[in-house]
Design a protein around this ligand. Structure first.
Ligand code: PMP
Length: 428
């Protein structure tokens, strides 16, 4: 039965009040502060179930990790079996070799792997490696790309100026960091002419999923690759979201440009907290000599390695990409059709496995042009969609999993239609 009074989720409200007593904001990641409020009881496949007895078709997927759907049987079984032999050894074990071998063979291009717990850490390891290898400090990162929440990489825009995005951040730590608009090859050539020989690394999401799910313009990644080669700069692709999601070989496979280092996380471990920095042997070997430090008590835990191996084996042997593509395409066009019927100028862009929904019709190629869309209106729509049983965050990204099928498509489109109908009646 659903515990609801006047549309409010009674049990969730109680839990929210209780959470606020002991955890700031009632959450454990600031990303969730403005996220959906209902409390989750359980999740399976493409569905979330709340403590109030409601169900949600999930297109947030834990911000990406649940690419096989929630609680995938093959991963749960592998991890449960592995756990019986112990959880963390403080010593080497064969499953970590197997997981590293699989990452390299499935992604195809990397020579070596270092596992860590979060994408944030994997990015730090990559930056440190690039600085050690080049003997340089400065880097280029791009507006709207997200590479974790630490002082030397976390940025935001304030009145048109880019810089530290959080109170308490040491702004000095961003001094070596050039924050440029993405997808502008001419600008990048200019900047490399100015300071290319001082750069240790260029880091980017090769498809900017965190802001707008924007694809690289034709030739852009090739230009970046060529500039990095010419100036001896390490190219880092942050594939924490795109890796194993937009294709088995991630953005490298889709766009045909290979970086020197990359970071993975999310989709490659079926929902378990694992990330990795991967790359060329001549760079990665600096960790092995001890010259460059990368460490972590929980790195390559038995659980994490079992999760990576089970997930990548499944993605390799039963590739879900055609199914995900089919669902994503049907969903994208279904949303547009319904919106057109309601006379709403919805904008849907990106790839079937990760797409962006907003209002407006601007030509979007970078963070600034993305701001021409009505993103605030979408945030209100997302809140209304959650009320009607579609689980989403406010930033506009929809993720599709291998567990989404015809039943989920039907539920999502019906609930979307109902939401727009209510909007029309209420005039928002
Ligand atoms: N890089 C990218 C591209 C990401 O999307 C994220 C997380 N959203 C991170 C790095 C950081 O990963 P984590 O949250 O696991 O620290």
């Amino acid at each position: 039965s659903i515990s609801e009074v006047n549309g409010r989720n009674v049990r969730s409200d109680e839990l929210h009040d209780r959470a606020l007593e002991r955890s700031p904001g009632g959450v454990h990641s600031n990303v969730r502060l403005r996220g959906p409020h209902p409390f989750i009881r359980s999740a399976k496949g493409a569905w979330l179930f709340s403590v109030d007895g409601r169900d949600y078709v999930d297109y947030l997927l834990g911000q990406g990790p649940n690419f096989l759907g929630h609680a995938p049987d093959q991963v749960i079984q592998a991890v449960s079996a592995a756990c019986r032999d112990g959880l963390i050894y403080g010593g080497q074990h064969e499953p970590e070799i197997q997981a590293a071998e699989l990452v390299c063979s499935v992604a195809k291009w990397p020579d070596m792997v270092r596992f860590s717990v979060s994408g944030t850490e994997a990015v730090q390891a990559a930056l440190r490696l690039a600085r050690a290898a080049t003997g340089r400090t400065e880097i280029i990162r791009f507006q709207g790309h997200y590479h974790g929440w630490l002082d030397n990489i976390f940025v935001g825009e304030h009145d048109g100026t880019w810089g530290a995005a959080s109170a308490g951040q040491v702004a000095d730590h961003l001094r070596p960091c050039h924050i440029l608009p993405w997808n502008d090859a001419e600008l990048l050539v200019e900047k490399f002419e100015q300071y290319g020989s001082r750069l240790a690394a260029v880091i980017m999401e090769p498809i900017m999923i965190n802001a707008g799910v924007i694809e690289p313009l034709p030739g852009y990644l090739e230009t970046v690759r060529e500039l990095c080669d010419r100036y001896g700069v390490v190219l880092i692709f942050d594939e924490v979201i795109s890796g194993f999601r937009i294709a088995l070989g991630g953005a490298v496979e889709r766009y045909g440009v290979t970086p020197d280092l990359a970071t993975y996380g999310k989709a490659f471990a079926g929902g378990f907290p694992v990330a990795a920095v991967v790359g060329r042997q001549d760079l990665m070997c600096r960790f092995g000599t001890g010259e460059v430090n990368h460490s972590g008590t929980f790195n390559s835990s038995v659980m994490a390695m079992a999760a990576v191996t089970a997930t990548l084996t499944s993605l390799r042997d039963q590739p879900p990409y055609a199914k995900v593509g089919e669902h994503g395409r049907a969903l994208m066009s279904g949303l547009l059709d319904i919106a057109a019927r309601h006379d709403v100028n919805l904008r849907v862009a990106g790839l079937p496995a990760a797409f962006h929904v907003s209002f407006g019709d601007a030509q979007v190629r970078d963070y600034r042009s993305l701001q021409q869309l009505d993103l605030a209106r979408y945030e209100r729509l997302a809140a209304a969609l959650v009320d009607n049983g579609i689980w989403l965050a406010g930033r506009g990204v929809w993720y599709v999993s291998a567990a989404h099928g015809a039943r989920e498509l039907d539920a999502a489109l019906t609930r979307f239609d109902k939401t727009l109908e209510e909007w029309k009646v209420k005039a928002e």
